[in-house]
Structure formats: C-alpha cells, structure tokens
Design a protein around this ligand. Structure first.
Ligand SMILES: [Zn+2]
Length: 308
C-alpha cells in the first residue's frame, strides 16, 4: 500500500507526521518548564509555612495574616487612613522579608487584629489566662474566655510620654476600644495608667486609688449583689482618680477613691476630668457607650459601658 501511495499523498502524510512530532516536542517542553518552576517555588512555600508554624517567631508575621481585616472593620477609615496605610506598608515590608527577626517576641494569637502600629487585639493566650485566672477571672466566672479579648494599646501618660497599656474586654467592644484608644493617642489625650486590674489582685479600690484605667473584672457592682458590666468586659473606667465614683448613701456624699474629693466638683475645671466637651467622652458616645456621669442616682464619672 505504502509503496503504491502517490507521491502527493506521501508528502501530505510526511507533513502530518512532522507536525504531530513538533507538537509532541512542544508539549514535552511546556511540561518540563512547568515542573521546574513548581519545584523552584515549593521551597518558598514550605519555608514560609515553617515560619508560621513557629507561631511566636514573629509578630509581624502574625500581624500580616490579620491585616486585611483591619481596614475593612475600621468604621472611621477616613480618619485613620494614615494609620492603616502605615501599617499596610510596613506589612508589605515584612511580607517580602522572609527571614525571622532574632529578638524574642510575645506570642501572637492566630486571630490577632492589628488596627494600627502599636494597637492590636486578640484572643487570650495561655499566658494571659494564667495572669488573670483566680484574680479578675474568678472561679465562678460565667463569661467564657472565648468571649474576651486582650488589647495592647499605646497611650500618652500624664507626663506626655508614650506608654504601652493592656486591656481585657468583651469581644463585642474590642474593635470600639481599639479605635477609641488609637484616636485618643493620636490626639495626645493623657491617661495615667492602663494596666490589667490583676496587677492589683483584681481589687477595684486599689486600682482606682492608683488611678488605673481598666475594663474586665468579674465582680459585682460596689455595694450590691448585681454583676457589674465590668464583669462582662463591657465597661471601662478612665482615670478614676480625676473622675471619681460619687454615691449618696443616707443623704451623705461618698466619694471614691479617697483623696479624689476635689474632683467631685465637676465645675472646678481641674485637669483630666471627663466632661461633655472632652474627647474621651465624645469618642465613647460616638461608639454607642453610655457615661456614668449622666446617671441620676449616683455619678460614676470614670465609667463608660456598652450593653448588649
Ligand atoms: Zn466602672
């Protein structure tokens, strides 16, 4: 048959076979190149995930994982564009830097949300749970750990110096607080101290006497058996010495903490008092909090809360 095929047919068959061979060679080349580029990519992926597995190796790394959420969840994006942009750009840098920093860093929880540089919140780490267990987190606490968040914030102290503060709050107000404290810091609003109340053995009187700003503490309302909104992590006390707790038992006036009596006169104009013209007051109100300074039966000028 083949031998009898006319020359024209033979030529056509040859061309077809040659074309098929070329296509086959090209397919092989594409496959080889594809495999090689995958091979060269693979080590980057595995080294990257090994860094992530190291968990606490780098805060920047963990921050990066959560960063896309920050600008999305931020309500006042326009006012905080600078922060978000800053964080995003520094994030890009950490993204390209594959090496882990040498210095030890605190463990970053996988759900950490970084709002701006120096401002983040996350679930409670085992270390934080150990710090609060038996203190602000009492054995009979009905609030699960999962409902609480640990915040790290920057603030200006009474000397105008930048300090790092720690707050534990309900997860429902974590985003509110991080935005409020970021804006307070941007505006150099002065706060004396922001420490976990556990550093005072969860004793509210000691914390207030030391003018400490704090939020979560599983306790009842002073002088009653009702759970305070602090117990749910939904209330925060700011500069309690300059913003005392004033009650009127049996027609008398009781002012707490001791020594804060001059601040019970809200017309005195003394420094660090929260008034309706105050930035702190305005921010908390904007975020849907109520202020203890508006209460009728007693005055709790340090206190802001956001109920369920
Ligand atoms: Zn309070």
């Amino acid at each position: 048959m083949k031998m009898t095929m006319p020359p024209k047919e033979q030529k056509r068959l040859f061309v077809s076979l040659a074309s098929l061979t070329i296509v086959a060679i090209l397919l092989c080349l594409v496959y080889v190149i594809g495999t090689k580029s995958l091979d060269s990519y693979d080590p980057i992926v595995s080294s990257d995930s090994s860094v992530a597995d190291a968990a606490d190796a780098s805060i920047a790394k963990a921050d990066k994982q959560e960063m896309p959420e920050a600008p999305v969840s931020a309500n006042n994006v326009s006012e905080n564009t600078a922060q978000v942009t800053d964080t995003l750009s520094s994030n890009t840098v950490s993204d390209t830097a594959t090496d882990v920093t040498e210095e030890p860093a605190p463990s970053a929880m996988p759900d950490r949300v970084t709002y701006a540089e120096g401002f983040y919140y996350e679930s409670l780490s085992e270390t934080v749970k150990e710090r609060i267990n038996g203190k602000s987190y009492k054995p009979d606490c009905i609030i699960p750990y999962e409902d609480l968040r640990y915040l790290s914030v920057l603030y200006c102290d009474f000397d105008g110096n930048t300090q790092t503060g720690e707050i534990i709050c309900n997860k429902a107000i974590a985003q509110d607080l991080i935005e409020i404290f970021c804006e307070l810091y941007q505006n150099e609003y002065q706060i004396d101290k922001i420490r976990l109340i556990d550093e005072y053995d969860a004793d509210d009187d000691l914390s207030c006497a030391d003018n400490n700003t704090s939020c979560f503490n599983y306790r009842t309302v002073a002088g009653s058996n009702n759970l305070s909104n602090h117990a749910k992590g939904r209330a925060i006390d700011i500069n309690p010495f300059q913003n005392p707790y004033v009650t009127y038992p049996n027609g008398t006036v009781r002012i707490s903490p001791p020594g804060s009596e001059p601040y019970a006169d809200r017309s005195s104009g003394l420094k660090h008092m929260i008034t309706e013209d105050d930035l702190c007051y305005k921010l908390f109100r904007e975020h849907g909090f109520t202020w203890g300074g508006h209460w009728k039966s007693l005055k709790d000028y340090q206190h802001f809360e956001k109920k369920e």
